[in-house]
Design a protein around this ligand. Sequence first.
Ligand SMILES: NC(=O)c1ccc[n+]([C@@H]2O[C@H](COP(=O)([O-])OP(=O)(O)OC[C@H]3O[C@@H](n4cnc5c(N)ncnc54)[C@H](O)[C@@H]3O)[C@@H](O)[C@H]2O)c1
Length: 468
Amino acid sequence: MRNIFSIITAAAIALLTVSSCCSNSEYGYKIKNGVAIYNTPERPADQISMISFAADPIDTVRVGFIGLGMRGPGAVERFLHIDGVKVSALCDLYQERVDAVQDMLTRRGQKPVAGYSGEEGWKELCDRDDIDLVYIATPWLTHVPMAVYAMESGKHVAVEVPAAVSVDECWQLVNTAEKTRRHCMMLENCVYDFFELTTLNMAQQGLFGEVIHTEGAYIHNLDPYWRDYQGNWRYEFNKAHRGDVYPTHGLGPACQALNIHRGDRMKTLVAMDTDAFNGKKLAATYGESEYENGDHTITLIRTENGKTIEIQHNVVTPRPYNRMYMVEGTEGFAVKYPYQGYSIRTQGREVDGPADIEDLDGERFVSDDVRDALMAEYQHPITREGSLVETAKKVGGHGGMDFIMDYRLVYCLRNGLPLDQDVYDAAEWSCLGELTRVSIENGNIPVVMPDFTRGDWNKVNGLKLHLK
Ligand SMILES: NC(=O)c1ccc[n+]([C@@H]2O[C@H](COP(=O)([O-])OP(=O)(O)OC[C@H]3O[C@@H](n4cnc5c(N)ncnc54)[C@H](O)[C@@H]3O)[C@@H](O)[C@H]2O)c1
């Protein structure tokens, strides 16, 4: 008897040392042998995969906007330049922000539209039956409650970055989209930057051979802006969270070049951060001393097909803006910051005779002329529609990419096409916030990522941005 007892005790201790439970949620993780492994629960019977989902075409897309702070009003204005759109309703916590956008509409020759304010005004907006799309540009913690409610009210959703702040929230978006069969697109604008779009096209046409590694980042000193966020929501979030809390601008283009969940998937990551050197100085300006978010956070991701991604985040040191966009293939290379350049193997210097060990210049960037010619040749087909590029440059929004994003969203809805970014992109790109924190807080351990597609990541062969 004593023998059986000691065997059971020894087995229990052994089990505890290799496996400890770190979250009670079905969407949580367990640490086994020093690796955090996220659970991917079965898809409930009443849900259908949203891979390649297309809704019925909508002739005129009627839009309700929630959140009219620094970001929202520009979106309303951009929509006025898109055919087949009706701005139907506006909402913000503050009535005066709604009024200011109503004034802008009047100046543009539009009639005032339905307006809502207060903590819960957005629910009334979502409840309206004359809205097809709810466009959310509010603080991070409100994204998922609003998006879920809007989808459950039968609306398609476009939600600002990051779409969600936890893995649990990412699953809420996926489950609700799958259940309601409504689009949920994250408004990741950086994938529509001219350089990124052109480079994506080059990658898809095989100019870089097999793409094996990509990089991206959000490096932007936010010193001038911290106090402009309503209720200091961004400072409060960063103060309370380690990890890459704003990963999607870097990750979006990096994932698209690797066809993530269109033939490959992100599998494991490891993250590391610096201490909060400047973060604590920022906290001191608020009369506080604690600050969690490291000044610089680095994440390495390995994919199912053996590719790698590096993502960085830094919003507190005095560096020039940098999204670190980089695509590396077996035959070529593209980089955006600080210099927009391409290097293609066949364009390199011919080696004539024995190699010169002192010559480090064997591979180099193509000349600016060759680069410009390549960019013209490989301009992405979605930007060749009508006068889109000229209009985008005129209307603006981060140099035009915001306009192309909104235009594409409306174009796909009007033509009944799958959207460029689906709910799985929103979840995969947003979940890094929690996963990097888990890696960092457990001594930089590997984290096995959940599969939001539940095994459907290789059902589609390559990312497609649809045209009618
Ligand atoms: N894609 C980009 O390039 C980009 C750039 C800037 C901001 N963003 C994102 O846009 C979002 C908004 O950022 P911002 O800079 O405009 O912040 P902000 O603080 O200036 O604006 C947020 C607005 O939401 C409103 N709001 C808060 N709670 C609300 C509620 N319950 N109901 C209705 N309105 C509510 C606030 O009053 C405020 O006007 C964030 O998710 C941010 O990450 C994206």
